[in-house]
Design a protein around this ligand. Structure first.
Ligand code: NDP
Ligand code: MG
Length: 365
């Protein structure tokens, strides 16, 4: 029986994790549940799963994440932002495996996280990264490149000049996936792919130039790996996050099966180049390597604030890239002089957010 700490249990990934645990009651047990502030849902989950520990971060602070993982075999990290950073490092130091959905932690602290590998394992839940891991399993060849698939989001087909006027309501209608609001907006701007390029670089130790974004509207191919001999291995499945969650927790041994891909009805699988002019946020995952490591925290924090402002109707959809880049450039020199450690990541996250809010509110010239 594997004891699972579910961090962010009330969110989209958290609730689907509980579904997978429920379907694998013979193999998995909820050890602890942590949410941010959704007391009602957390208490329903506590009634249902009787965990050994539960807490709300809004009441107990982020240290409760560490209390939640003590004694667990694996932690599912499905919180938003970088709140779980210290907890992820704690798990890896203490031999607790980590199944990570939360990409922001890897974006900001990839070097710190990957330097802790040894005592415990790290399993990606993000569908593309889970797919890449699957593609690599059993293949020893040298990797030529990773083909990171992207759905293109709700605005792939609309004319570029309409992008300035799209609304939060439109952005929240993802064509293929049902996810939390923040990542759904990231998918619409394609900032999600930039975060995923950084995530893949750290997880698989591959330079960003060897990671190619391929737009694949059907979200059936979850990513591919091209080896030095030209062989390409892909993972295909219907779009259901419960598969990567189960793969991360149990490998091939889980009881859950997603719906079969219906090749008879699936008319075409299409692949297109990413349009970086129309979706400049997708460029940031490549451009950010020209800046010092803490600028990734600035990029991530600035994007968080852009998403928040866009959802409140305070920022136009086509403004994200320039705002994020302005914030990155503003902190570049300071970031170059500062060491990459947890304290500085938290500091730059807070300051980048403050700066970006002022930038958006027109309080800076
Ligand atoms: P949701 O918004 O649905 O859920 C977020 C969870 O984190 C909730 O449990 C929420 O608690 C909690 N939370 C809210 N605010 C904070 C905070 N400040 N600090 C810590 N925790 C907080 O998000 P998703 O489930 O969609 O995404 C979670 C993570 O997984 C993200 O990093 C995302 O990028 C990643 N991911 C998600 C995918 C998906 O399909 N949804 C796919 C791939 C990656 P409460 O409910 O109490 O507010
Ligand atoms: Mg993804």
């Amino acid at each position: 029986m594997k004891k699972v700490a579910v961090l962010g249990s009330t969110g989209s990934i958290g609730t689907q994790t509980l579904d997978i645990i429920e379907q694998n009651r013979d193999k998995l047990k909820v050890h602890s549940l942590v949410a941010y502030s959704n007391e009602k849902l957390l208490s329903r989950q506590v009634d249902c799963f009787a965990p050994h520990y539960s807490a709300l971060i809004s009441q107990k602070g982020k240290n409760c994440l560490i209390e939640a993982v003590e004694g667990a075999d694996v932690a599912v990290v499905a919180t938003s932002g970088i709140t779980a950073l210290e907890c992820v490092l704690f798990c890896l130091d203490n031999g607790i495996d980590v199944a990570i959905a939360n990409k922001e932690t890897l974006v900001c602290a990839g070097e710190l996280v990957m330097s802790k590998m040894g005592k415990a394992k790290l399993f990606p839940i993000d569908s593309e990264h889970c797919a890449i891991r699957e593609c690599l399993l059993g293949h020893n060849g040298r990797v030529n490149k990773i083909l990171l698939t992207a759905s293109g989001g709700p605005f792939w087909d609309i004319p570029s000049d309409s992008l300035a006027n799209v609304t939060a309501e439109q952005a929240l209608k993802h064509p293929n996936w049902n996810m939390g609001q923040k990542i759904t907006v990231d998918s619409a701007t394609m900032m999600n792919k930039s975060l995923e390029v950084v995530e893949a670089k750290f997880l698989f130790g591959i330079p960003a130039e060897q990671i190619q974004i391929v737009v694949h509207r059907q979200s059936v191919v979850h990513s591919m790996v091209e080896f030095a001999n030209g062989e390409v291995v892909a993972q295909l499945a219907t779009a259901d996050m419960r598969l990567p969650i189960q793969l991360a927790l149990l490998g091939e041994e889980g009881n859950f099966s997603c719906k079969s891909v219906d090749f008879a009805r699936l008319l075409t699988l299409t692949f297109e180049q990413c349009d970086f002019d129309k979706f400049p946020c997708a460029r940031l995952g490549y451009e950010i390597w020209n800046y010092p490591p803490l600028c990734r925290t600035v990029m991530n924090g600035a994007n968080d604030v852009c998403v928040e402002s866009f959802l409140r109707g305070k920022l136009s959809f086509d403004a994200f890239y320039n705002i994020i880049l302005t914030a990155v450039k503003h902190f570049e020199n300071e970031a170059r002089r500062a060491e990459l450690n947890v304290d500085n990541i938290c500091l730059f996250d807070r300051r980048a957010k403050e700066y970006t809010r002022k930038l958006i509110n027109g309080e800076l010239c």
